[in-house]
Design a protein around this ligand. Structure first.
Ligand SMILES: Nc1ncnc2c1ncn2[C@@H]1O[C@H](COP(=O)(O)OP(=O)(O)OP(=O)(O)O)[C@@H](O)[C@H]1O
Length: 542
């Protein structure tokens, strides 16, 4: 590949070593000119050895004149004479990769006697950064102070705000007062024209709130009727960032590879973008919710219902409810109609993980406009325009739109699910023995194939509809059934859905996947083995 034109080339001191520093539109590189001499010297301590390095311009966080920073030679400050002779200096702050998909800000300071040269470098690098117009300059930030361990405000103020300020990203911060504050503000009052992105500080529930606020607003502005399951929702025009601070940060794990606030802040600063599929959930032509991670009926719905009653227990409630729900072993009758995604290259069992730049997320090269309304009719027969039907008794029906990997389940519910291929993985677990169900659940905690069991099947699909057993489900108003007649029996035969951690009381639902409806400040999980070549560990002790 042709080398991009060199914009600047100078010599600078990096500590006491002289470096040739080059800037092109793509990269900043620094090359130790004394490497050979240094390698012959027995006095050079490894600890203070300064090595060559390089960083892509798009991963430079900031550059500034470094005043009052005294160069250090082998652990000792320079003498006054040396400092005087080398007054000019500038610091480049850039992204460095650590293991486990963590990103960290790193500084390198170059010194030279000639201050104007340093200033010229600072202004030229800034000019190059300003050409990166995908970087956000103004952000609207919502903090849920009650997320997770109630540390969201501290996390933002101590670890994220200083980075935004270093990168000259201005922010308007709103600490939410209660549930739905962010959603209502986004859906009505917020002047979104003033911002290049919306950031939520919290867990998956907080992200869901922001998503609902933004998408509701987008549909209203675009004149799309949210209650119509047949209409394509309009894509949201503003990117969303998540600073993880909740008890579940599944979307961060799937889109960045970790739940580290600094890493997420850096992805926002460099202006990364990754599309995210959104499922719309309707009940009898009434919009219920959007989902981006997981819809679960039967086991996961029951765990969520039970855990809501045990909120006083804190996060341990999920384990307690999981255990009691497992013992209850409740299976539900029903019929699932689904439209398989026959036009995608991947399958839920192909072991191809969703990674930065992966082919399925680029929609195999097809543009988003390909998402026509074909095959959208609701099925009323067993096979209708490609629709399929499965009837039976199920312990669990799950739809995973992303892997849902997290520390408890490193591979996730559907390890090969993709963030933006316009599909969801429908996992059906038929009624089976306690022991077999435990085998299936246990496989979520290791690398064994959880689908390789006779009572489990998985389909990559575009839409589905579920109707509980005898379809006697009443009409609902919120979480209350209307005209709930005793003739339905005391024990309802339908379960509840867990929709990204929120209970849906309606069992009869229709779900459609909408490809790339929202853009995240993320780039997908970078290949782990590539992190050493992609990152450019530059200087050991800069
Ligand atoms: N100020 C607030 N007080 C109480 N609840 C809030 C507030 N702001 C937002 N919420 C709600 O809190 C819920 C949980 O938030 P979040 O996802 O950030 O934390 P979490 O600890 O991961 O959640 P969960 O309890 O679901 O595990 C969200 O559904 C959100 O709507």
């Amino acid at each position: 590949m042709e080398e991009p034109e060199c914009l600047l080339s100078s010599r600078f001191f990096l500590k006491s070593t002289i470096f040739e520093v080059n800037l092109s539109r793509i990269r900043l590189t620094w090359r130790n000119l004394q490497t050979k001499a240094a390698s012959g010297s027995h006095n050079t301590s490894n600890k203070f050895k300064v090595v060559s390095g390089s960083v892509p311009v798009c991963e430079i966080i900031a550059v500034y004149e470094a005043q009052g920073i005294s160069p250090i030679k082998n652990g000792q400050r320079w003498t006054q004479e040396q400092e005087k002779a080398c007054q000019g200096a500038f610091t480049v702050s850039y992204v460095e990769r650590e293991g486990q998909h963590h990103w960290r800000p790193r500084d390198v300071t170059f010194h030279w006697p000639d201050t104007p040269t340093c200033r010229h470098w600072v202004s030229t690098i800034r000019e190059q950064i300003s050409l990166l117009n995908h970087r956000p300059k103004r952000l609207l930030v919502y903090i849920n102070p009650n997320s997770g361990k109630r540390q969201a405000k501290q996390i933002y103020e101590q670890r994220v705000a200083p980075l935004f300020s270093r990168a000259s990203v201005s922010t308007h911060v709103i600490v939410t007062r209660d549930r739905d504050h962010a959603k209502d503000h986004l859906a009505s009052d917020a002047d979104l024209t003033k911002y290049d992105g919306v950031v939520c500080v919290g867990g998956d529930g907080m992200f869901s709130e922001v998503l609902h606020g933004l998408l509701t607003r987008t549909q209203r502005d675009a004149g799309v009727d949210q209650n119509s399951a047949e209409q394509n929702p309009a894509p949201c025009g503003i990117r969303v960032g998540i600073i993880p601070a909740g008890s579940t940060d599944c979307i961060c794990y799937a889109s960045v590879g970790t739940n580290d606030p600094v890493t997420s802040a850096l992805h926002i600063i460099v202006g990364d973008s990754h599309a995210l599929d959104v499922c719309s959930v309707h009940h009898r032509n009434k919009f219920l919710r959007y989902s981006v991670s997981m819809l679960g009926y039967g086991f996961y719905g029951d765990v969520l219902m039970d855990s809501e009653k045990k909120r006083w227990m804190g996060p341990v409630r999920y384990s307690v409810s999981g255990f009691t729900t497992f013992l209850a072993h409740h299976s539900y009758e029903g019929t699932v109609y689904f439209l398989p995604a026959t036009d995608v290259s991947g399958s839920p069992r192909d072991k191809t993980k969703c990674r930065a730049g992966c082919l399925p997320c680029q929609r195999d090269g097809r543009p988003l406009s390909d998402d026509s309304g074909k095959d959208k009719e609701t099925p009323n027969k067993d096979h209708h325009h490609g629709w399929q039907m499965i009837q039976g008794k199920f312990l669990a029906i799950n739809a995973a739109s992303m892997s849902c990997a997290c520390p408890r389940s490193p591979e996730g519910l559907s390890p090969a699910a993709h963030l933006s291929d316009g599909t969801t993985d429908l996992i059906l677990v038929r009624d089976c023995s306690h022991f077999n169900f435990l085998r299936h659940l246990y496989r979520h905690t290791n690398t064994d194939d959880q689908f390789d069991l006779g009572f489990v099947e998985v389909h990559r699909i575009r839409r589905f509809r579920f109707v509980p057993g005898n379809d006697l489900e009443p009409e609902w108003k919120g979480d209350r059934p209307i005209q709930f007649s005793p003739s339905y029996g005391c024990q309802p035969t339908w379960g509840r859905w867990s929709c990204d951690g929120e209970v849906l009381h309606q069992a009869t639902i229709e779900v459609g996947v909408h490809c790339g409806l929202i853009q995240l400040f993320a780039r997908g999980i970078e290949a782990q083995e590539g992190f050493q070549e992609q990152s450019t560990p530059s200087t050991q002790t800069v």
